[in-house]
Design a protein around this ligand. Sequence first.
Ligand SMILES: O=C(O)c1cc(C(=O)O)c2c(n1)C(=O)C(=O)c1cc(C(=O)O)[nH]c1-2
Ligand SMILES: [Ca+2]
Length: 686
Amino acid sequence: AAIPADVDGARIVNADKEAGNWMSTGRTYDEQRFSPLKEINDGNVKNLGLAWQYKLDYNRGVEATPIIVDGVMYTTGSFALVYALDGATGKLLWKFDPHEDMTRAGEFCCDAVNRGVAVWKGRVYVGTNDGRLIAIDARTGQSVWQADTIADHSRSYAISGAPRIVHGKVIIGNGGAEFGVRGYITAYDAETGQQAWRFYTVPGDPTRPQETPELQMAVKTWTGDAWFKQGGGGTAWDSMAYDPELNLLYIGTGNASMWNYALRSQAKGDNLFLSSIVAINPDTGKYVWHYQTTPGDAWDMTATQHMILADLPIDGVDRKVIMQAPKNGFFYVLDRATGKLISAEKYAPVNWASKIDLKTGRPVFTGEASYWLKKGKVLVRPGFWGGHDWQPMSYNPQTGLVYIPKHVFAVTYENTPDYQYISNKKHFYQLGVAAADMKDDPADMEKWAKSWTGALLAWDPVKQKKVWEVPYKTIYNGGTLSTAGNLVFEGTADGRVVAYRATNGDKLWESPAQSGVIAAPVTFEANGAQYVTFMVGWGGAFPTFAGAASLDAGVRPWAQVLTYRLGGDAKLAEAHFAPLPTPEPPAQTASAEQITQGKAEFNGHCSQCHGINAVSGGVVPDLRRLSSGQHQMFASIVKGAFQQLGMPSYDGVLTDDQISLIHDYLIKRAYDLKAETPETSPPATN
Ligand SMILES: O=C(O)c1cc(C(=O)O)c2c(n1)C(=O)C(=O)c1cc(C(=O)O)[nH]c1-2
Ligand SMILES: [Ca+2]
């Protein structure tokens, strides 16, 4: 029998010759996420119906882009579970559980998410949240090798992104810049798992010679050594693209460790290669060029967002470009051979810069968002989830438009000049800045929630302007898929899967998804018919950290694969949400002052997963709803009793006094919840 997932570089380069497959994350190395398939088109998409539904194991954030080769789908759920499914029927062929180390579940910033696999010559490759890269036999579902990608286990490194494979090398970056790490990206031999090269995105110890000439150059753009103690950041946690003709691999790098520019680098220098697009040779890992989108980033304005390669007619000349809508709110078009800026315009509301100077290629800072120079709360637009986060865009060469899951998003940042960095404290955000303070008052929370909205934005990258836009209620809608059927497909935060006409944004089809959709859909052929697949599952950074705002989406986590075809008539099985009890809290014995202290401790140590002010978006337990038994064993839970269930141990991290203050605050919040009106509570179970 033929070898399953027998994909190599030639097949990916010639992907248009077998458009029924989706063989790498962005379908093609240029990551356009455009499919030439058009059996489903703007004339008949109204007849799209469910072909099959597959329930995933964990009801947490689902972010994978499925890979489909010769009728078999390879996809992932939370905690990097890998599923091989029959593309036509959804029947499970095999499942691979990497058995992640649950005790490390507090060491990834934004839920136990995974953005999917890569395939190569009969194998499937996945990165795990605990930092392993695993090769799996595509026929048996058994692991062949695994590599530990973590350079320093005293730090909280993780993996959330999908690997890419070029010339037989599996390339993967890491997450962790919020905790304090030094970013890098590594290539492994696909056959053996041997490390081929590692590219550090920020310099190492400034008192010693750097590993490479480009880091020798980069280290001059940092000041002092606080940044080095904290790691520097610049994690390449998501996007890559590859140009086979130029033989250049493009990586997007992230924010600094720590965010606070004054504390980390005395508010001096560009701090290379933070928030940059870096072109490297995929065979050697050697630097070729870089373009920094946010010099001296102080806000988590990463350039890890999706990058698309295309040939665009600019001033009458076809240019080879790379396009990105990073968090900072500007849409960039660069020459991808040289890294030279061609154009950049605002695609979302921005207050930190007035424009990007085309002569220098640098932003013109307004100073409005420079919180390290100010007292009190400073509004930053866009805030840390950006004008656009990791959710993939798509580019349709027929309409010439890029389809962006856009955010309208601003938060306050406040300088904390007395902040002390605590060396090597794991699973503990160390930003050096107080971000997004929401009041406990439900009305105040609602105000925040209402000000954070989203849209599907169709953007002309040549004219650098909006062509049409479909508004959404909240941020964190799904990635997009474009097809030659003049369609754009997108799932929404509020639990729908939708098809729009690519030319004008008319909504042509929609169906319920039972949960929020953040992943990007794909399309493929099986048995001669075209299918469209949506990975469904509410989670990721938004509902975990800002539960209060995410409740506005009106969804709860329910993870599944939904696949559609014309005339599909499968019946959508019901979702079964666990009940949300409001048990009687224990008596409140703490003083108002203790509760205030408890709030600060909670938001400092727990809000990253359990939500600011303990309002859960439903992904992990709502701590306002603890049972009396859980209240009784509260301290032991915090010290590790539920480690194997994913609740990290804070033994030795939090003192008994701190734990007790946090408990006081949660008891207060449990009473608040009981007193709240039904409108501000999560959606009822169905
Ligand atoms: O700096 C980092 O290392 C890092 C990692 C990740 C991640 O690995 O998912 C995210 C972010 N940052 C981040 O800033 C962010 O907004 C984000 C959203 C998500 C998500 O999956 O919803 N992950 C991440
Ligand atoms: Ca980040």
